[in-house]
Design a protein. Sequence first.
Length: 690
Amino acid sequence: MNQELFLRRRSKVHVPTGTGGATRAQVASAVQEIAAFRCVLSEPLIERISMLSAAELTHWLREIVEVLRRQTGAHVRHRPLYPAFPEQVLKASQAELYLTAVSHYLTLWRLPPEEHPRPVMLEGNFVSRVIELGSVSEFESMLEPLVSARTSLSDEETTDVVWFIRAYKGDVFRLLPEAVPFRETRALVGGALLRHVASDARLDAFLERNVETATDVLRLAVALTGGDVSLTTASTRFTAMKRATRRLLLRLLDRAPSAAEDVMRHAERWKRLAEVLHPGEYADKYPRALAAITAARRNDAPASFGSRVETLLAQRQIAALTPILQDRPGEFARRLDVTLRRATDPDAVLDAFEAVATQVSSPILLQVLAQVRAPRPLPLRAFTPKGALAKVYGIKDRREPLTPEVLARAAQICEDALIKRFASLPPLGRCFIDPSLHEYRVPLAQRAASKSLRTLVRGSRLPMPDTRFIRLFLWWKNGGQRTDIDLSAAFFNTRFVFMQTVSYYNLKAFGGYHSGDIVDAPHGASEFIDLDVDALLEKGIRYVVTSINSYTEQPYCDLPECFAGWMARADVGSGEVFEPRSVIDRLDIASDTQICLPFVMDLQERRVIWADLGLTSSPRWNNVQNNLSGISLMLRALVHTPRPDLETLFDLHVRARGERVASPEQAQAVFSPHQGVTPFDTDLIRAEFL
């Protein structure tokens, strides 16, 4: 049993059968200790831990508390440059702040902690997290929704899947679905099975069912070497393979349809893979595999589907293009916008798309629906490239306009196709959908998502607690050499105009206060920024963009640990500088980049916009002030880019197979941020609602 995984994914824990003997005082003490992390135990869970002995309760509590400490960031020592922050910063003059910084830069000396203890934390009325009692069967049931997700998995989710396969070995097949719908996940699961499970008929049958194309075979080979199965990063360095593995990959390639054309999509990778596969050794047994790889080596393949489509688009031969696109409905949906804009008869294009729309995957249909429903004109066009690093680019929208009638019909085609698909699923009965789900995005692509306290989707807007003070925090530890990571907060007004920043070079401004710049962290270091929401609003500030910059230019993936988050504080002068019970969000910073934008505060709407984005740094300077154009662009993209929302998704399901009611009390199924199916149940949403 992996308690950390169970608690993180389901807010549940397992309690083994106990021998009894724990006193009520010991149980109450355990409940109180867990409450220090803004968590409460459910009544059934309290009843179950009451059946443990004192020693069993101590052991169980130690394990759970350690998980909670890591989740909130309380597992490390937080020591800012100014230990009595924020009081020391508030009282110090600019000259004192300057001299302290210079002294630290020259000698790495830090201010000693104050002798007087800080007053007890003044707590606000913040919602607590409820931890429920979970069973072994509930724990095991977590694997199937993850593997059945119809979109990409995050690194954390990939780690969870591999843990199940490594821990359960051959017994894992009873937990896996017959078929894995998403191709990248097929490769991840197949690679993990080949590494950790002995080869038998069940493994062969699983691979036969889930490896269909030449690119599936390539992804499986990449997974075996620990590479990027999305095939978006640099070519994988393939290492020597066992003869049995080579035969398996060639056998799977030999049976793949249209292998020669498919291989040419990634010809250079196949050339590198062929160096370890040695397909010539099995020319008689797998001739089609050898022919496909030989074509890649010779760059000898017919014109690809993509090249034909691009040629016809450039020539605006839309009548000739639509039959070709109909052969690949997913590509048709992805290119529907550009095809409509270049067509002289958009209705003919929509007729052709309508004929195949039911064959398009739900995630793609939802994205098209969000785009055609978006208010026009769009403030900008934003692009988030596929890959393990979350970036966003934006340009002005200079495309030919589409009429409202064309947009409305395209939206109706997408809706009808989704409703028809969802109608084939089991009925939901009476359903309540919380309108606030409009603020939460559908989890379509999670491959670049960071590990966080709450499972969140980029672009989602979450309510902020009703508090005046927010405390941002950052903790990191040196990599192979001195590492200086900087926490900054950039302030923008309603029109996205930069106003001011609080950072290592400006510790006080507009109601924001920085705890001081630390430039070396051999044993770990913390930086904090306090935000006085009322004071910032009075200054005309709407958006606060949190920026984390690697000043010494090491990528975060090279550090032993780096994480950031924010706390809601009723009063900044009470309690310790870092209080786990006030932590609302915390995420790991581990991307292969040097600047990260984890989240944005919309103070006017009192919303946190989840960003989790990487920003390419300047070759020489990388502080927030020198990246304002990029940060401002990302801010606009987060606010304005149309993305599918959960209210729309669940509403389509209810229209297809249920009845919408006005209150949770009337409902058999509830969709809400607080109960039933929540935005944080991303694996469930991707497996059962996409």
